[in-house]
Design a protein around this ligand. Structure first.
Ligand code: FAD
Length: 484
């Protein structure tokens, strides 16, 4: 696989004239049409600083009708539109290009919960509602909305669905795609598709919502969604487990999964290096176990009876694994505070790596049984490509999805390390593909991996994607230069 880093939006689009900009502003009102560069900053910089874009205007519509009017005008004037939710995406899809010709449409003001139906176990939310608020609204009804990411205080459900976000509960509940019953979408033409059905069974033709879920804003703008709710567990037991090697992690996961079934709601891993980064950079972070181990697993087991059933199960599984030598040590949280402290270790990891200099991110997945092979061969080829680099592969073991990140060798110039990224990423991605895996497990393609997409999909797949794009966005106004 080769990288072909080039970037240019399609030529048939026109940069908006002052008159067009005034018409866009009139749709949302001047207060919600941001032209001041200082006030635009938060919309133009990607979280990791990989992309910083330019735009003549950020529009903040307050209703589906305003989104529809914006897209109708964009079609009329051939103006490129970049949809944005919470701006936490990690592949640059929500950031406009640097030429300053694209209009950013923030969905953040579409922030109403339109309905909650505890009996039907559904909730209707507008696109700009944050994930955390949806979790809280579900919780107040004694229900669970299980999507859970470290960015949940900021990311929006519209962004979650557009990226088909994963997170820490995929093992039991699936990706964002599995949590949706219906969508409301504004098409490139400005037409509104009201697909807000709350049906769990509906086989009337093509399941159109699936096109927009994971569409990264290239096929339409999601304005609202009917979400599924689940029974809220009465209790959850969290355990932090020390293991000798990645093969033991695999064997322990199989055992825990087999004995817990769907009650095992999270199974995350991190290597020893992760704990040393955390201890160095996060106030109050410390190893919950009395000595270091080569690998750690963090797992949640849910209980629905409220009689300590989850703790009994966790203790039995861990007890047997300690006896057989699979697990070296373990700590089971005995309070909500302890539970939160264990999860804080995992959630602080993405930020911590920034403090160790240049860090390359690889959001990859392979069949679960092949994770040990991926780690063994991957670490060896990374060391071979650039001696002294520090691989830190952590994340969603139970989904076969690792954030196979690599920190620069200590003392090396961070910028030089990032410039030489392909020396590490190229061989690593090739290994992932050889193992039948994916080079983007949950973050999407956006702009960051666009040029790699054509090298990992077959010509038939790419042509089907292009035909779908042409059918839904014939002028190419929606998020040009992203995904395809
Ligand atoms: P944005 O970043 O604003 O947009 C993302 C993409 O969706 C862009 O292409 C944008 O154009 C499009 N878009 C946004 N809203 C709409 C809409 N309404 N209609 C059409 N298109 C739209 N991701 C995971 O999957 N799992 C994780 O565990 C995870 N952890 C993270 C941890 C941290 C600390 C951070 C910073 C990010 C993490 N992410 C994770 C990535 C990110 O949070 C998700 O991709 C999230 O779903 C993006 O939501 P957002 O509202 O911020 O979308």
């Amino acid at each position: 696989m080769r990288s072909m880093a080039q970037d240019h939006p399609p030529a048939r689009l026109t940069p908006p004239t002052p008159e067009t900009l005034a018409r866009f502003a009139a749709i949302v009102g001047d207060k919600h049409a941001i032209r001041d560069p200082a006030a635009q900053t938060a919309y133009l910089r990607e979280w990791r600083g990989l992309f910083t874009g330019k735009t003549p205007i950020v529009l903040r519509p307050g209703s589906t009708a305003e989104v529809a009017a914006i897209l109708a005008l964009a079609t009329e004037t051939r103006t490129a539109i970049v949809p944005q939710g919470g701006n936490t995406g990690l592949v640059g899809g929500q950031i406009p290009h640097e030429d300053g010709a694209e209009v950013v449409v923030s969905l953040a003001r579409l922030d109403k919960i339109r309905a909650v139906d505890p009996e039907g176990n559904t909730l209707v939310a507008e696109a700009g509602v944050t994930l955390q608020r949806i979790q809280e609204v579900a919780d107040a009804e004694s229900r669970l909305f299980p999507l859970s990411l470290a960015s949940e205080g900021t990311c929006t459900i519209g962004g979650n669905l557009s990226t088909n976000a994963g997170g820490v509960a995929v093992l039991a509940y699936g990706n964002a795609r599995d949590m949706v019953l219906g969508l409301e979408v504004v098409l490139a033409s400005g037409e509104v598709w009201n697909g807000l059905k709350a049906l769990r069974k509906d086989n009337t033709g093509y399941d159109l919502k699936q096109l927009f879920i994971g569409g990264e804003g290239t096929l339409g703008l999601i304005t609202a969604a009917v979400l599924k709710l689940w029974p809220k567990p009465a209790e959850t037991t969290t355990a932090f487990v020390g293991l000798p090697d990645i093969e033991a992690v695999g064997a322990f996961f199989r055992e825990a999964r087999q004995r817990s079934g769907p009650a095992l709601t999270a199974f995350e891993v991190m290597p020893a290096l992760a704990l040393s980064f955390l201890e160095r950079h996060v106030a109050g972070a410390r190893n919950p176990l009395s000595r270091p181990h080569n690998w750690y697993a963090l797992m949640d087991i849910a209980g629905f009876q409220g009689d300590g059933d989850s703790a009994t199960l966790a203790e039995a599984i861990i007890g047997d694994a300690l006896e057989s030598g699979l697990v070296e040590d373990a700590a089971i949280a005995s309070s909500l505070d302890q539970q939160a402290a264990l999860w804080r270790l995992r959630e602080s990891l993405p930020d911590t790596q920034r403090l160790e200099g240049g860090s390359l991110k690889h959001d990859v997945s392979v069949p679960i049984a092949l994770i040990p092979e991926l780690i063994r061969r991957g670490n060896a080829l990374i060391e071979n490509a650039m001696p002294g680099t520090r691989p830190l592969s952590f994340g969603h073991f139970g989904d076969g999805n690792l954030h196979y990140n690599v920190s620069q060798p200590p003392g090396m110039d961070g910028e030089e390390f990032m410039r030489r990224w392909w020396e590490i990423s190229g061989p690593l991605y090739n290994l992932v593909l050889e193992l039948g895996g994916s080079i983007s497990a949950e973050h999407g393609i956006g702009r960051l991996k666009r040029d790699q997409l054509v090298t990992v999909k077959s010509p038939v797949e790419i042509e089907m994607m292009r035909q779908i794009k042409r059918a839904l966005d014939p002028l190419g106004i929606l998020n040009p230069g992203k995904v395809l």
